[in-house]
Design a protein around this ligand. Structure first.
Ligand code: FDA
Length: 282
């Protein structure tokens, strides 16, 4: 597992991760760094994850690489208490604002959606353009959530994804075709709202749809970017840069790679072959 994960994780240390960011930047790719971790139930561990996020922001500032930060609030103690998580988020966002950087709150499983929205609203009012959220196309409620966010705030930088967790058909479209259709719908909706859209997908159909839509509606390239995961479709990432699009790579690093890597296998079982291939590599 660990050998396979190496393809999707930029190293165990921050130093290694910053080196990878530097290499990606050289090729015209921008980055969002993620210190791996989620579902933390221990206060000391949540404090350590918070410190790791602060270290990432310091390292980005000091090294001068082009990157912002992505994080999962369950790594900051969300399951221990909302207050603890908020306290940690304030520390992180104070620093992001000081450096004029940006923090993206990843969206986790449905059980955490309401509390994530509550915390996001509180932080958004205080930190404005320095904080953004992720919206998942597989949820029935997503269009309503987006409408509210787009209308309520002056700027609403959203990362649009299909959704990566196993959810009940009570809350999420059970068929991939329906998710794909809703994904295109929310891309159009958010681009047309005038807010910034991060179209995070490896799906050629969604990428081509976005290219056509922005052309048809005269949406400038500054109003959106494509995002992909580190290690996934690296050639396509570079082609998009050559075509003149902003391309941000999500670069995870650290030891806690198991959950992240398991989701990549669930999305594409062929990724498991990389493990086997690496296991037998001399
Ligand atoms: P889809 O799964 O339809 O795949 C389309 C094609 O892309 C596949 O046929 C394959 O060729 C290629 N592909 C897709 N996944 C691959 C993989 N893992 N390895 C190799 N090839 C692959 N989810 C979430 O719930 N909360 C979040 O906060 C985020 N954050 C996030 C950030 C970024 C930058 C990205 C790119 C994705 C996320 N996701 C996420 C994950 C997202 O919800 C979704 O699970 C994956 O992106 C896979 O869906 P696609 O849109 O790529 O399409």
């Amino acid at each position: 597992m660990k050998l396979g994960a190496a393809r999707f994780v930029a190293g165990e240390t921050l130093k290694e991760a910053i080196e990878q960011v530097r290499l990606l930047n050289k090729e015209g790719l921008v980055v969002t760094l993620d210190h791996l971790g989620e579902f933390v139930f221990d206060e000391a561990e949540a404090r350590a994850s918070t410190q790791a996020c602060l270290d990432v922001l310091d390292a980005i500032h000091e090294s001068g690489v082009v990157s912002n930060l992505s994080l999962k609030m369950t790594s900051l103690g969300l399951d221990l208490s909302k207050e603890l998580c908020l306290k940690h988020m304030h520390l992180i966002l104070d620093k992001a604002r000081q450096y004029d950087n940006f923090v993206r709150i990843d969206m986790e499983d449905y059980a955490h959606l309401d509390v994530t929205m509550e915390i996001f609203d509180e932080l958004k009012r205080e930190y404005g353009k320095h904080v953004g959220l992720v919206i998942q196309a597989y949820l029935y409620r997503t269009v309503d959530d987006m409408k509210r966010l787009e209308n309520e705030y002056e700027t609403m930088n959203l990362r649009l994804v299909k959704g990566a967790y196993m959810e009940s058909p009570k809350v999420a479209f059970p068929n991939k075709a329906e998710v794909d259709t809703n994904y295109l719908k929310i891309i159009d909706m958010h681009l047309q709202s005038g807010h910034f859209a991060a179209v995070a997908t490896h799906d050629d159909n969604a990428i081509n749809h976005t290219k056509q839509f922005v052309k048809q509606h005269n949406i400038p390239n500054e109003q959106f970017e494509f995002q992909m995961l580190y290690g996934v479709r690296p050639e396509t990432q570079r082609e998009l840069v050559k075509e003149g699009y902003a391309m941000r790579v999500y670069v995870p690093y650290g030891n806690d790679w198991y959950g992240y890597f398991s989701r990549r296998i669930a999305e594409r079982p062929a990724n498991a072959f990389f493990i086997i291939k690496n296991m037998f590599r001399k």
